[in-house]
Design a protein around this ligand. Structure first.
Ligand SMILES: Nc1ncnc2c1ncn2[C@@H]1O[C@H](COP(=O)(O)OP(=O)(O)O)[C@@H](O)[C@H]1O
Ligand SMILES: [Mg+2]
Length: 444
């Protein structure tokens, strides 16, 4: 790909163009007019082609985006795809996107290849007509041969910078198509609007409060959350229980502002999180989900996950997460590469790595979304021990299926269909028989 010096062309060209143009008009207004008509005519043709090119460039980037995310999803969901024997389906999907990418690419190349000789041809055409017309004038005695030569020179001065200008323009257009695409990617939930003078939040002093929070997913018919009201004081643990689809994860997703509330507000020490810096709010959080997100990297890098940390801090975090035991048995210890998505580790080991990662960050507010529900009971016991360390004196929102995870919570909220239907401590709730149906301790 060539990178013309856009700014240079943009600033220098207009001066040369207008100067030479002035000279041309001064020497022969008639000839200048003829040239102009011709240039506008060819400009329209070339312009039509390049705007088409821009649109297709945009199309191409879109398709490339789909292609990339198909690859990502395939890699990300490999186990699911295999479990459902959906390889063929996924391959078909991939082939289809690939083919449309190739076709669009071909169309663009064809058109670009066409547009360059076409503009050459039009340019030669303009010069041919100019020479012919000039010769007519000279033979008719209306124009001196020397004057015509000077005129041609001025014309050349107009044409050359004009070419670099259109080239720059075309490249800017191409860039714009790419910018559109990047904007669309950054536009996914997460890129939340921020006030021009956001309030900084460095720590949690009092706690996190949900005030009559209602929320509907975009385009969803039913509200996912209705009138959620609770306070999570600093140093305490609030637990959410309820059947799948009750809205537990939605509550968790509202705190880092993956979405904004539809009604009500979420506050930290009284500050509406929509008035705070998004970065600040997210910086307070440590999130551990059911799905251990790990990378084809060393144990150490999976724990630090971009954070600058000493070896001692990493080991200490691993020790507290009950991960140090198994890490020390690995062939290269902390330098051991855990394979794609941590494939060389067991489920419980993977989860303990993500807990070590959260511990290393020492977050002000810890969110655990069913961190133990994918584990067998032996791994769960180990992870549970790690969690008990993690939760001691920590501000935490814990989402769980199993009772054991939340036995120690200071308050338990029972959710059903997006609303809190029951609340209290573990003992209080266990005494209310009717609730056992809703949040079924039998799952524990
Ligand atoms: N991204 C989404 N778009 C639309 N609806 C969603 C989305 N995520 C969850 N929901 C819906 O919101 C409700 C609550 O989901 P969720 O918070 O994931 O429940 P839980 O975590 O308790 O299983 C469900 O009805 C679910 O279908
Ligand atoms: Mg969930």
């Amino acid at each position: 790909m060539e990178y013309p010096q856009c700014p240079e062309a943009v600033f220098r060209s207009p001066v040369i163009i207008s100067g030479s143009l002035f000279l041309m008009i001064y020497m022969s207004p008639g000839l200048t007019l003829v040239i102009f008509v011709l240039m506008i005519f060819s400009g329209v043709i070339i312009g039509g082609i390049s705007s088409r090119l821009r649109r297709q460039s945009g199309e191409l980037q879109d398709i490339l985006g789909v292609l990339v995310s198909t690859v990502e999803e395939t890699l990300g969901g490999l186990r699911v795809i295999k479990a459902f024997r959906a390889e063929r389906f996924q391959q078909g999907l991939f082939r289809k996107v690939n083919e449309s990418y190739r076709d669009t690419q071909t169309r663009i190349i064809r058109r670009r290849d066409l547009s360059s000789p076409l503009s050459e041809f039009l340019g030669i055409g303009v010069i041919a007509i100019l020479l012919w017309y000039g010769a007519q004038r000279i033979f008719a005695g209306e124009l001196g041969a020397e004057a015509f030569m000077a005129f041609l020179l001025a014309f050349y001065n107009v044409i050359e910078p004009m070419k670099s200008l259109t080239n720059a323009y075309y490249n800017i257009q191409k860039g714009l198509a790419a910018v559109d695409r990047v904007d669309k990617i950054l536009d996914v939930p997460g890129g939340m609007p921020e006030r021009s003078d956001p309030i900084p939040i460095r720590e949690i002093r009092e706690g996190l409060r949900f005030e009559q929070v209602s929320f509907s997913y975009p385009k969803a018919e039913q509200a996912a959350l209705k009138g959620i009201d609770f306070f999570l004081p600093k140093g305490k643990t609030v637990a959410l229980v309820g059947l799948s689809g009750a809205g537990k994860s939605t509550i968790a997703d509202l705190i880092p502002r993956f979405y904004d509330v539809t009604e009500g507000k979420i506050t930290i020490d009284g500050t509406d999180i929509r008035d705070a810096r998004v970065e600040d709010v997210r910086g307070l959080l440590g999130i551990v989900t059911q799905e251990a997100i790990l990378f084809h990297e060393s144990v150490r890098n999976n724990i630090t996950f971009g954070l600058q940390a000493t070896d001692e801090a990493v080991i200490e975090a691993a020790r507290l997460a009950h991960a140090a035991e198994f890490i020390e048995l690995l062939p290269e210890g902390y330098d051991f590469n855990i394979g794609d998505r941590g494939g060389k580790l067991s489920g419980g080991q993977r989860q303990r790595l993500t807990i070590a990662r959260a511990l290393l960050r020492n977050p002000q507010l810890l969110i655990l979304d069913e961190a133990t529900s994918a584990l067998d009971s032996e791994s769960e016991r180990l992870v549970q021990e790690a969690l008990d360390v993690l939760l001691a004196d920590r501000t935490a929102l814990v989402i769980a299926h199993r009772l054991s995870t939340i036995r120690r919570a200071d308050e338990i909220l029972v959710l059903r269909d997006g609303a809190i239907v029951e609340r209290g401590t573990h003992d209080e709730l266990i005494n209310k028989k009717e609730n056992t149906v809703n949040w079924s301790p039998s799952r524990a």
